[in-house]
Structures are given as structure tokens and as C-alpha cells.
Design a protein around this ligand. Structure first.
Ligand SMILES: [Zn+2]
Length: 276
């Protein structure tokens, strides 16, 4: 009777197996890189060097890239809530601030306006209008300098002077900082935190500071929004005002609600002083 003979594994077979597993490894790595690149492009502000760093994705999957209490940096709202924060930088703008506020107020849209101290001094009545209409106000520094290039005491001055100007115009103190250009380093975060501030990054940029048609801006925002997104718009661009109805109706149509940055922080369980 003939039995099947068990052939010993030859060196050739071993080599083929190693080659095969290397090929599988390469395919998995390429797929992961492709996925990371897609994520970076589609929905979040993830610089490529972060997207390629496995630790970034470990933090992301653990939900540690939402709010970091060590640095008081807010990068993303809670993905458990179908809500977004509309943040509008660079005001007060005398021409576009009032109609943007009027549209948002008429449609019951919560928003956070990050104001520049020197512009608040120029247009205090627009700052007052935003405060009176119930919008949240944030600090966008005294004169819009890039903070990482400054010394710690200069950073503190940029924050304090903006707060002073907003307080003089509206009677409100601030505790949310949007660094100009969203450029920050450890020194910036520590200076802001020492003054009781949360530094607010963003996840969905509209690129509305470029001369883009309103529909392009709105479609870009709608494409990049996910639960907990922080949307960045600017107050001094006519295209932004024209894009707002499409953004607001589009997101509401997808079941999103609008919250202030403070409400977003509360949903992440961040306890802080409320000055607004
Ligand atoms: Zn700005």
C-alpha cells in the first residue's frame, strides 16, 4: 500500500514564504499610508509628517487628540456628538461682521468669533454687536503676530492686550485663544495655559482667505466635516458670507447641530471658568 510521503520543507519553500510575507507586509504598509494620506486630506488638519507617524494614529484611535489637559490644547470635539463648532477669525470687520452675525442670529446658528485687539479698537461697535447677539468671543491676539517667533512675555502681552481691548468694548473677558495662522509651539501653549486659556486648533479649513467662489468654500467644508469638527472661517472675506447658507443648510441637512467652542469643551468633560 502506498502512503503519501511528507516532503520536508526545502530551503526554496522557505524563501518563497519569506518573499510572500514581505510582499503582504508591503501591501499592508502602502494601504495604511494611503489611508493615512486620505484621512489627512479629507477630514482633518493632519500634516503629512503626523499622518505618517504611527503614534499619531494610536493617539487618534484612543481619542487622545481631542483635548490635552497638559497643554490645554483643543484639537477636535467629541466624535460622540453630531455637532460642529463654527469659528470665525480676524474680526471685527466693519463691512462683513454685521451681515455675518445677522445671518447666523436669524438662523439660530451658534458661532465663536476670534477677534484681533487692534481691530476691536478700530471697530468697537462691531465687537459689541457680536457680544450683544450672544455669540462666543475668543482671543486672536493683539495684532495678529505669529506667536512661536515671540518670547514668552511677549506672547502673554499679545493675549492680555487683546483681552483688555475686548473687555473695554464688550465688558467680557476671554479664555479661548486661536493663535494667528494656527501656529503654536510648546512655549505658546504654556503661556496661554498660564493665563487660563484653552488654545483652539481646527479640523476643517475652508481656505476662504483665498479668492474662492462661495460654492467651492461650502463644498470643501461639507466634505471635510465629521462629528466634532472645528470649522475655520474668516470674517473679512465676501465669499464666506455668501457660502454660509450653503454650509449651514448642508450641515443641518446631514443632521449636524452648531455649538460654541465652550459647549464642545463641556461635551469633552473639560471643566473651566466661564467668562463669556
Ligand atoms: Zn487670523
Amino acid at each position: 500500500m502506498q502512503t503519501h510521503r511528507q516532503w520536508p520543507r526545502s530551503a526554496y519553500n522557505n524563501r518563497m514564504q519569506i518573499k510572500r510575507s514581505k510582499a503582504v507586509g508591503t501591501i499592508v504598509a502602502v494601504a495604511l499610508l494611503g489611508w493615512a494620506g486620505w484621512q489627512a486630506n479629507q477630514s482633518r488638519k493632519v500634516p503629512l509628517e503626523r499622518a505618517l507617524n504611527p503614534m499619531f494614529w494610536v493617539r487618534h484611535l484612543r481619542g487622545e487628540d481631542q483635548y490635552d489637559p497638559q497643554t490645554a490644547l483643543l484639537e477636535h470635539g467629541s466624535p460622540k456628538y453630531r455637532e460642529v463648532a463654527l469659528t470665525i477669525d480676524d474680526g471685527p470687520d466693519p463691512n462683513l461682521g454685521p451681515p455675518i452675525a445677522a445671518y447666523l442670529k436669524a438662523n439660530g446658528v451658534a458661532a465663536t468669533f476670534f477677534l484681533v485687539g487692534t481691530r476691536v479698537r478700530q471697530y468697537p461697535q462691531v465687537a459689541r454687536l457680536l457680544a450683544r447677539d450672544g455669540f462666543e468671543l475668543g482671543n486672536h491676539t493683539y495684532d495678529h503676530q505669529r506667536l512661536p517667533g515671540l518670547k514668552p512675555h511677549e506672547i502673554a502681552n499679545e493675549i492680555r492686550l487683546c483681552d483688555r481691548d475686548v473687555f473695554q468694548a464688550t465688558g467680557r473677558h476671554l479664555n479661548l485663544l486661536r493663535p494667528p495662522g494656527v501656529q503654536y509651539d510648546d512655549k505658546t501653549l504654556q503661556a496661554a495655559r498660564a493665563l487660563g486659556y484653552v488654545t483652539v486648533s481646527w479640523t476643517a479649513g475652508a481656505r476662504d482667505y483665498e479668492t474662492q467662489p462661495p460654492q467651492w468654500i461650502a463644498d470643501r467644508v461639507l466634505r471635510r466635516t465629521e462629528p466634532g469638527s472645528i470649522i475655520l472661517l474668516h470674517q473679512d472675506s465676501p465669499s464666506t458670507l455668501a457660502a454660509l447658507p450653503r454650509i449651514v443648510n448642508g450641515l443641518r441637512g446631514q443632521g449636524y447641530s452648531f455649538v460654541t467652542v465652550s459647549q464642545m469643551l463641556a461635551h469633552l468633560g473639560v471643566r473651566r471658568q466661564n467668562t463669556n
